[in-house]
Design a protein around this ligand. Structure first.
Ligand code: PXP
Length: 237
């Protein structure tokens, strides 16, 4: 069973546009769970333009499924994660001003930094995941650093799927085998949507969790949140 973790950053972006509490992030997270989400993902960025650090703290006691916090491991982010103790932390190498995550870690160049950070989360009992591309050496190194999982950056899959739907998932299926062989569990995320998710799920083995935000929130504008979450879950059956 591949789990669906709903990234609620875009909901926070709408709330922040008006400076009040509409929509209410805590209510939305609970509704996502009630409608069938297996987890909630948040990605606090340094400028707090969508999810705020305080949201992450407030969400913790509300979440009854799995809580995944993703982001760049700055000292402030590390403190937040250690305080909140989610089920999983996903480390992403995005610059403070990045519009969205658009690359995976170079686990070789950043080995010393990553192993220190991973160790701190591991000691706190928090499952760790490193956001990576499909490169074999990078994935093997993620295992050596002690990560529990890798999250495959699926942006390139989504792009390739538009023109080459039959072959787009191939590098990801190979990367999944490498991760599995090296004892890593596997997540995937970025630019997954109702058109490309089913094929990814059918062709890429061992994926424990996908985290999806942008497309899911856009689909909810047309279909409503409940029907949308059910439609995404249908792609994962
Ligand atoms: N995984 C990571 C590491 C991300 O940074 C994001 C975007 O915040 C996602 C998954 C979800 O991507 P999308 O919003 O395109 O579904």
């Amino acid at each position: 069973m591949t789990k669906l973790s709903v990234n609620i950053n875009k909901i926070a972006l709408i709330r922040n546009a008006r400076g009040n509490n509409m929509p209410d992030i805590l209510e939305i997270a609970s509704s996502c769970e009630r409608f069938g989400a297996d987890g909630i993902t948040v990605h606090p960025r340094p400028d707090e333009r969508h999810i705020r650090y305080q949201d992450v703290i407030d969400l913790r006691p509300r979440i009854t499924t799995e809580f995944n916090i993703e982001g760049y491991p700055s000292p402030r982010f590390i403190d937040l994660v250690l305080k909140v103790k989610p089920h999983q932390v996903t480390l992403v190498p995005d610059a403070p001003d990045a519009l969205t995550s658009n690359a995976g870690w170079d686990t070789v160049s950043h080995a010393a930094f990553l192993s220190e950070v991973l160790e701190a989360f591991c000691a706190a009992g928090i499952r760790t995941s490193l956001f990576v591309e499909t490169n074999t050496r990078i994935i093997e190194q993620a295992a050596k650093l002690g990560a529990d999982r890798v999250e495959l950056y699926t942006g390139p899959y989504a792009e390739a799927f538009v023109h080459h739907p039959e072959t787009a998932a191939r590098p990801f299926a190979l990367a999944a085998e490498v991760a599995h062989k090296n004892g890593l569990s596997l997540n995937a995320g970025h630019d997954l949507n109702l058109h490309n998710l089913k094929a990814f799920h059918e062709q890429v083995p061992y994926v424990e969790e996908v985290s999806i935000g942008h497309a899911l929130v856009c689909d909810a504008l047309y279909m409503g949140l409940e029907a949308t979450i059910k439609a995404y879950q249908n792609c994962l059956k």
